[in-house]
Design a protein around this ligand. Structure first.
Ligand SMILES: CCCCCCCCCCCC/C=C/CC(=O)SCCNC(=O)CCNC(=O)[C@H](O)C(C)(C)COP(=O)(O)OP(=O)(O)OC[C@H]1O[C@@H](n2cnc3c(N)ncnc32)[C@H](O)[C@@H]1OP(=O)(O)O
Length: 302
């Protein structure tokens, strides 16, 4: 049944090969079965996957300290974990959350986009595209349990989920703040935001690089629920149960119907998008902006 409606990213085989290569580059696969749940529990260096209490639901904990920045190695491990879950028919839903205190994800790793060579930028961007496509078109129910700050690429990742739960903490701000760094959110970041909060709200949020505090994020529709931090996980599981009450095939076809056109826009021009990214990020002015931003982050500490 699920096979009939399974969405596929066309360049899947290519990425799989890429992911395996990256896995090899990491030195060892690191997948370790553990505990009484046997093969259903696995972990890599930076991604911990364990079955939730509800069964058929996995909890994926991101643990790339200090801030879950999306480095190339982290993206690769994330992709491999997701692929394993997609292929394991025991699972119908995944709660994605952070193992780093107060931060869901700081977004793309700035060190992957600063001071490197064009080949590296291209490889990195391809992995970013792939993670977005895999998450956005996932057959699983994805619930983002956002237990901390969620800027830029972190927000993009959360926006690919079917539901977002945000912790009610002053640190839990969320948004696409790229313009504050002097960079531009690519069209598919923009499309994902527009699909969630509409055109006018997106235009304002993107131009101003807004990071919404919880109450405003809820009001604009960027997240679906705001709850105290200690209830984020239980709320995510409760929402998940609601979504899992719907037959998979009907829900999956509906999800595909809603999302395919947006994903296809990138799929049709992936190479051009990579070239755009490489030439944009390689500009002296953009490298200077990133350098200043990285210095500001360091100075913040004091
Ligand atoms: C003509 C038009 C053409 C258009 C073409 C378009 C082409 C594409 C354009 C390019 C688009 C690129 C898209 C990028 C999206 C992104 O995701 S960029 C990343 C944006 N992220 C942020 O702005 C978040 C920055 N971080 C923070 O604000 C804070 O760290 C935090 C709020 C997340 C956490 O704060 P705190 O807990 O206080 O930790 P810190 O002390 O700040 O940080 C600890 C440590 O981590 C380092 N760090 C933080 N964020 C990042 C990051 N994103 N990448 C790498 N490293 C990061 C920080 O520097 C500290 O390091 P040290 O301990 O000092 O070494």
């Amino acid at each position: 049944m699920a096979l009939a409606v399974r969405m596929r990213v066309p360049c899947r085989a290519l990425l799989c090969a890429g992911a395996q290569l990256r896995g090899a580059a990491l030195g060892r696969p690191e997948w370790a079965a553990g505990g009484g749940d046997g093969a259903r529990r696995f972990a890599s260096l930076r991604v911990l996957v364990e079955p939730g209490a509800e069964g058929r639901v996995a909890v994926m904990k991101l643990k790339n300290p200090p801030v879950n920045s999306l480095s190339l190695d982290f993206l690769t491990e994330f992709l491999i974990s997701l692929e394993k879950l997609e292929n394991d028919k025991a699972f119908r839903g995944v709660v994605i959350t952070s193992d780093c205190p107060n931060v869901f994800s700081a977004g793309l790793d700035l060190r992957e986009m600063y001071g490197r060579n064009p080949g590296h930028y291209a490889e990195y961007w391809k992995a970013v595209q792939e993670l977005w496509l895999r998450l956005y078109l996932s057959n699983l129910v994805l619930v983002a349990a956002i237990n901390g700050s969620c800027p830029a690429g972190g927000c993009l990742m959360a926006l690919t989920s079917d539901v977002r739960i945000l912790s009610d903490s002053p640190k839990s701000v969320i948004g696409l703040n790229e313009t504050l760094l002097g960079i531009v959110a690519p069209f598919w970041f923009k499309d994902t935001l527009v699909n969630t909060i509409g055109h006018r709200a997106s235009e304002r949020a993107l131009q101003l690089g807004l990071l919404f505090p919880p109450a405003e994020a809820l009001q604009v529709g960027l997240v679906d629920h705001v709850v105290p931090e200690d209830q984020v996980q239980s709320m995510a599981l409760s929402v998940m149960a609601h979504w899992l009450a719907i037959p998979d095939h009907a829900r999956q076809l509906t999800k595909a119907m809603m999302r395919k056109a947006t994903a296809d826009r990138l799929i049709k021009q992936r190479e051009a998008d990579i070239q755009n990214f490489v030439s944009f990020i390689s500009r002296d002015s953009i490298q200077k902006s990133l350098q200043i931003y990285l210095e500001k982050l360091k100075q913040k500490k004091g």
